[in-house]
Design a protein around this ligand. Structure first.
Ligand code: NAP
Length: 260
């Protein structure tokens, strides 16, 4: 098992990529704290993990609230039983569609609050815990392929994911002396409720057409699956990536490599 007895906290684990990662980490022996705003989604992830024989529990968290995040880290450490937090995956995030001139200030603030402040708080309380336990640990932050390539109509979202990538690099420099590795994931388009909701809202009645256009962007000709990103997260969480530090790992079916 690649994560035997590792204590892992995953935000946004009640759905999509976070759920797939929680299931895979538990399958690899981790003790997983499933953190999410949505208690029903979180409970379902825990149910699936336990049904498969894994160890997990749920904690409700709004990643924009410092006290929630601090308490979630403390709860993960308590439930893990080793006095440690080994892996923090700051995965929770929200989308927004709009060019900069179309973006309401309140929408900008909300996207930055969840996607940037949420990651900042997860990093802060994870690093404090990892330092207190004598160092060591692994932090994974959820960025996106659009942090470096851009995409039409995604002003706030792109800015938020670029900030996550920059924060990750900056943190790695500060965290290295404590034996903490900090890396970012940069997925392309992954079929999750996040993308399904976007297609419904933006392309009502034309979802198939929009999906075909997204497929054409991919060198694979297909969208990614949550499990594709979960496997990359597993690599970053495991000792196999011991020499990978401050990286942004593309998991995008060739989207960032270029057009066919
Ligand atoms: P998802 O299926 O919508 O899952 C995200 C989860 O995060 C949901 O359970 C959501 O709860 C939760 N969440 C939202 N706001 C939260 C908050 N303030 N505090 C705690 N939890 C919160 O999305 P996904 O596609 O798996 O995306 C996961 C991450 O990957 C996001 O950061 C996203 O930006 C990133 N990403 C996704 C793609 C893609 O194509 N899917 C590509 C690149 C990057 P609710 O349902 O209650 O809102």
């Amino acid at each position: 098992m690649r994560l035997a007895d590792r204590v892992c906290l995953i935000t946004g684990a009640g759905s999509g990529i976070g759920r797939a990662t929680a299931l895979l980490f538990a399958h690899e022996g981790a003790r997983v704290t499933v953190a999410d705003l949505d208690p029903a989604g979180g409970a379902e992830t825990v149910r699936q993990i336990r049904e498969a024989g894994g160890a997990a529990h749920f904690v409700r968290v709004d990643v924009t609230a410092a006290e929630d995040v601090r308490a979630a880290v403390a709860e993960a450490v308590r439930a893990g039983g080793s006095g440690r937090l080994d892996v923090m995956f700051n995965n929770a995030g929200i989308g927004h569609v709009g060019a900069v001139e179309q973006t309401e200030e309140a929408d900008w603030d909300r996207v930055i609050a969840v996607n940037v402040r949420g990651v900042f708080l997860g990093c802060k309380y994870a690093v404090l815990q990892m330092q207190a336990q004598g160092g060591g640990g692994c932090i994974i932050n959820m960025s996106s392929s659009i942090a470096t390539t851009g995409l039409a109509q995604r002003a706030a979202y792109t800015a938020s994911k670029g900030a996550v990538l920059s924060l990750t690099r900056s943190m790695q420099v500060d965290c290295a002396p404590h034996g903490i590795r900090v890396n970012a994931l940069m997925p392309g388009t992954i079929m999750t409720p996040f993308v399904e909701g976007y297609l419904r809202r933006s392309y009502a009645g034309r979802e198939e057409e929009a999906l075909a256009a997204i497929r054409r962007r991919q060198l694979t000709g297909e969208l990614g699956r949550p499990e594709d990103v979960a496997r990359a997260a597993l690599f970053l969480a495991s000792d196999e990536s011991m020499f990978v530090m401050g990286a942004g790992l593309a998991v995008d079916g060739g989207l960032s490599a270029g057009k066919a």
